[in-house]
Write a protein that binds this ligand. Structure first.
Ligand code: SF4
Length: 470
């Protein structure tokens, strides 16, 4: 069955039944959570920086037309060619036709979630252009023939044992020792000559600097530099919301991004690309293209609530701290972006009807908003989608019926108290050792976890009793 036709619930069932996946998720998100917590203790200015980062992004979003034109003007002045794409298809077509114009047989790619969003890997494969993913995690994703499951750690769904097997099968000179270092060396041997023989390089951008026309990319492996320097043509794809006014603003955003994403103070490599190779330069591309992608972003701009999502700097902290993501991993979400931010963005990109379940995959514990370095109110945005889904009649009839009964009962206090008292009695009949392990009507819950047995008396009954004793 095609993955896209499998429902969210079916994908979630499958993920919950996979203990290896759970192990892989725990290893990565647990480490990410711990490292971020340590980074925050060493960064007491986090709240102030977050407020400033939020203000910078809000200012740019409110003046997006101005900063886009400023960026375009300065990029052209530096020798870049700027292309505008209003949809994902248009963006991937522009990139593929630039590759064809360059007669590209092989392209190297630096990890970019926007590339996934516009379907670039598929478009390049369709065009018969060899695509080499140079980020180590993306290399693993490519060998596995699957999709990224996290925006910072795309191959987090693989354990190191699985990766070792994959490298042994696919690499020409695979590792002999079962160490991370030996596996990395194996990937390096495999990729090195491909870096040097590519015709075109394609990268994303973490930030676009309006007052210079430069693009900024951060990596920890140095693959961005090695990817974008040797080929004759370099293409950058970036969402229009990536703009910041100046390099000083980019540095402030980097402090927030890096700590939130990996818990480090700085990334190993921060690279600014500004136009093609100039006379006297020893290396660099002869052609430098920037593809600016809208794909629903101006639509978000018109929505007072969703506009806040344009602040997102793709750090991944919200998913590392999400109790749902940590049980299921990223593939379950179906779209390009997983976790809380994906549950907000996927309905924008793919439509609410096909992604109606995602805003419900949330316990509303608010942790995502708490850790977000640009203070995006993710639970509020998810509630907004739930509300819209209800108003547009997308919720299943059974849910609508159940909720209308609940609304009726909850608005009639006597009936509500009677219903609660009956429910307590019935549930206590099925409880053993303080837990309900199975009960008719609770099967969907008790299949995967026990239900705590209710107290003998309801809160209201106890409260009333204590009032009477006064
Ligand atoms: S929503 Fe916030 S926490 Fe989540 S990826 Fe975006 S910036 Fe990071």
């Amino acid at each position: 069955m095609q993955e896209a036709t499998v429902s969210f619930k079916a994908r979630a069932e499958r993920a919950l039944a996979d203990p290896t996946l759970k192990l892989a998720i725990d290893r990565t998100t647990g480490t990410a959570e711990r490292k971020r917590a340590v980074a925050m203790t060493q960064f007491p200015q986090f709240e102030a920086a977050r407020e400033r980062g939020k203000r910078i992004k809000d200012h740019v979003i409110a003046n997006l037309d101005h900063y886009l034109l400023e960026f375009e003007r300065n990029a052209i002045e530096s020798g870049a060619k700027v292309h505008w794409a209003s949809t994902a298809e248009e963006a991937s077509q522009i990139v593929v036709s630039l590759c064809k114009q360059a007669n590209a047989k092989r392209v190297t790619r630096v990890k970019s979630m926007l590339g996934e969003e516009i379907g670039l890997p598929h478009a390049l494969d369709e065009a018969g252009i060899e695509r080499v993913e140079t980020d180590l995690a993306e290399h693993i994703v490519q060998l596995g023939g699957d999709r990224p499951s996290h925006i910072v750690w795309p191959s987090m769904h693989r354990t190191r044992e699985q990766v070792s097997d994959m490298f042994k099968r696919a690499h020409r000179v695979p590792h002999q020792e079962e160490t991370i270092e030996a596996m990395v060396a194996s990937a390096r041997r495999e990729l090195r000559d491909k870096f040097l023989s590519a015709d075109v390089s394609i990268s994303g951008a973490n930030f676009l600097i309006a007052n210079t026309g430069a693009t900024c990319t951060v990596t920890n492996e140095g693959n961005a530099e090695l990817t974008t320097t040797p080929p004759r043509v370099h293409i950058v794809t970036a969402g229009i919301e990536k703009l910041v006014p100046s390099i000083e603003h980019a540095f402030l955003m980097l402090r927030l991004l890096v700590r939130s994403a990996t818990g480090a103070d700085v990334t190993q490599y921060t690279t600014f690309h500004c136009g093609p190779k100039q006379p006297g330069d020893r290396d660099g591309p002869e052609e430098f293209h920037i593809v600016l992608v809208d794909n629903g972003r101006t639509r978000m701009l018109r929505d007072a609530a969703l506009k806040e999502m344009l602040r997102c700097i793709r750090c991944g902290a919200c998913m590392n701290h999400c109790v749902v993501f940590r049980q299921l991993g990223g593939h379950v979400y179906g779209g390009t972006y997983p976790g809380p931010m994906g549950a907000v963005l996927t309905p924008v990109f793919d439509g609410l009807e096909s992604s109606r379940d995602l805003p419900h995959a949330c316990t509303m514990n608010g942790k995502c908003q708490e850790v977000c370095p640009v203070a995006i109110p993710l639970p509020t945005l998810l509630r907004g989608w739930r509300d819209r889904s209800w108003r547009e009649g997308l919720e299943p009839t059974a849910a609508r019926f159940g909720l209308s009964i609940h609304t009726f009962v909850a608005s009639h206090p006597r009936l509500y108290r009677l219903g609660t008292a009956i429910a307590i009695k019935v549930m206590r009949l099925f409880s053993r050792g303080g837990l309900v392990r199975g009960m008719p009507g609770l099967g969907a819950w008790t299949k995967h976890r026990d239900f705590p047995a209710p107290a003998r008396r309801s809160f209201m009954a106890m409260y009333k009793n204590s009032e009477n004793k006064r």
